[in-house]
Design a protein around this ligand. Sequence first.
Ligand SMILES: Nc1ncnc2c1ncn2[C@@H]1O[C@H](COP(=O)(O)OP(=O)(O)OP(=O)(O)O)[C@@H](O)[C@H]1O
Ligand SMILES: [Mg+2]
Length: 331
Amino acid sequence: MTTPLLQAAELTRHYSVRSGAWPFGRTATLRAVDGVSFTLPAGRTLGLVGESGCGKSTTAKLVLGLVPPTRGEVRVMGETLPPAGTARWRALRRSIQMVFQDPLGALDRRVPVGDQITEPLIIHRIGTPAQRRDKAVATMAAVGLKLDHFDRYPHELSGGQRQRIVLARALVLEPKLIVCDEPISALDVSIQAQVVNLLVDLQAQLGIAYLFISHDLRMIRQVSHEVAVMYLGRIVEQGEPDSLLAQPAHPYTQALISAIPTASTRTRRGRIILKGDPPNPIDLPSGCAFHTRCAFAVARCRTETPALRVMADGRRVACHLADTNSPRAVA
Ligand SMILES: Nc1ncnc2c1ncn2[C@@H]1O[C@H](COP(=O)(O)OP(=O)(O)OP(=O)(O)O)[C@@H](O)[C@H]1O
Ligand SMILES: [Mg+2]
């Protein structure tokens, strides 16, 4: 078997936080990511989806080595990701780039676009000045920026164009993986589709893999070869997007999917309304963390944490009742 490009093995990140009002507060453990394992082959896209606060961005930071894991590890091409700041980490980081939600925050307002795209090549000491300029110009063309954008400043461009600059900055290093954390959420809806199509085209041309994070299941479905649904720091369901969306096995996935507005569900028939807010991540419910909001919970769900099990169709599901309640078609 070939070594996968990216592996997360029992990846865990806990934070010590103060809970309760001063002076009675105590230090508590917040389980931002709690035993996440997945494999991403070269040239493929793994979509990570879930409600706000479920640990998507923390997973992204762990994969990039921006925060160290409390437990578990990230492997890139079979090699354990070394601690951030080491020479080996910098070398590996060349092949793992990132595109985050806020392009303006990722760019330097005082530096012309072309120089910002050239900068990663200078940092990694790649090529001569002339070669760097050629590479930057070619990369700009690949993401649909024009040559006359080269000497412009980020604030002179539109949101969609700025995200293309961020993408060009990542691509110029010819990465094998781009971690995209809500890359289109800040963009106008009409621009979102353009950027998504660009990402898909670039993958087809260059064989890049994406870890694509979004809370928008429709967007995730468009780009992903595999989808992982997260709830409170854990993957609760993982599988191929079409079958997962058509027949979600986990009650949480069912609720997420039923909330997608479509023409046929305009009347909201079949929509599953989740009870209450997600539980406090510093005081997680016992057993299955979803049991407090689950319409199907039985006694076992309150005491025993379900493991992620492989089902007959290859889907992975963390639900004690997955055999009895799956696959369930969402009306
Ligand atoms: N540095 C930190 N210190 C303490 N808690 C943190 C820290 N970073 C993240 N968290 C907590 O970890 C949990 C997961 O956060 P994370 O940013 O990964 O969520 P997310 O899924 O990306 O959410 P969103 O969709 O809102 O971006 C949250 O409860 C958050 O408050
Ligand atoms: Mg986030």
